[in-house]
Design a protein around this ligand. Sequence first.
Ligand SMILES: Cc1cc2nc3c(=O)[nH]c(=O)nc-3n(C[C@H](O)[C@H](O)[C@H](O)COP(=O)(O)O)c2cc1C
Length: 212
Amino acid sequence: MELSEAMRSTGTCRYYTDEQVPDDVLRAAFDDARFGPQGGNRQPVRWIVVQDAEKKKRLAELYLPYWEGYYAMVVEGTKAVGAVPATVESANHFAHHLAEVPTLIVVCAEMDGIHPTDHELGRLSVVGGASIYPTVQNLTLALRQQGVASALTTLLCAEEPAVREMLSIPDGFITAALLAVGYPAKGFPRKLTRSPVEEIVFRDDFATPMYA
Ligand SMILES: Cc1cc2nc3c(=O)[nH]c(=O)nc-3n(C[C@H](O)[C@H](O)[C@H](O)COP(=O)(O)O)c2cc1C
């Protein structure tokens, strides 16, 4: 598969078949993903592949209240103006069926391997994630190449202490994402909704679009 096609069609999959992803398919994806860049090449990312039914159920139970809170806000906001957007309804289905996704991957990262350079600016620090999420996106692309879909989610990170205890995550490691992984029940998206290049690329300063 062409890299460009993979990047353009690796959407957030919220409907999966029951078929489990074979270990060797997952392995090939992990093998490609590890070549993502990390600050100082410290390689902080660890993956916990959760396929045990009871553990998936517990993760889903921990996830659901955070989703319900978000969903309630969306519904509240749409009461006067109309329907809940289809993407939110699909995310709602996903939240209520998370335990049925064949594989859940808890993405962990070693704190000592993360080097934020923006933590003293008096705003939200994001640079630490730059040593984690390129590798995570590599994984989603490497899965896509093999016909496997995924959904990158972060709501569960709020439950890090409970997830830590359940999965025996050692001190010094944090949770950075939950990836749902499986074969797509409705195929892959043909065209993801994203802003055009004309709106997001500038030359020499932020006021000058590079592409008119
Ligand atoms: C950092 C991040 C966190 C996300 N967290 C969640 C989540 O907790 N639950 C969820 O259903 N989707 C989550 N998503 C998926 C986004 O909602 C999704 O990427 C967006 O709606 C665009 O959909 P598409 O990728 O299919 O085009 C997350 C995506 C990102 C990048």
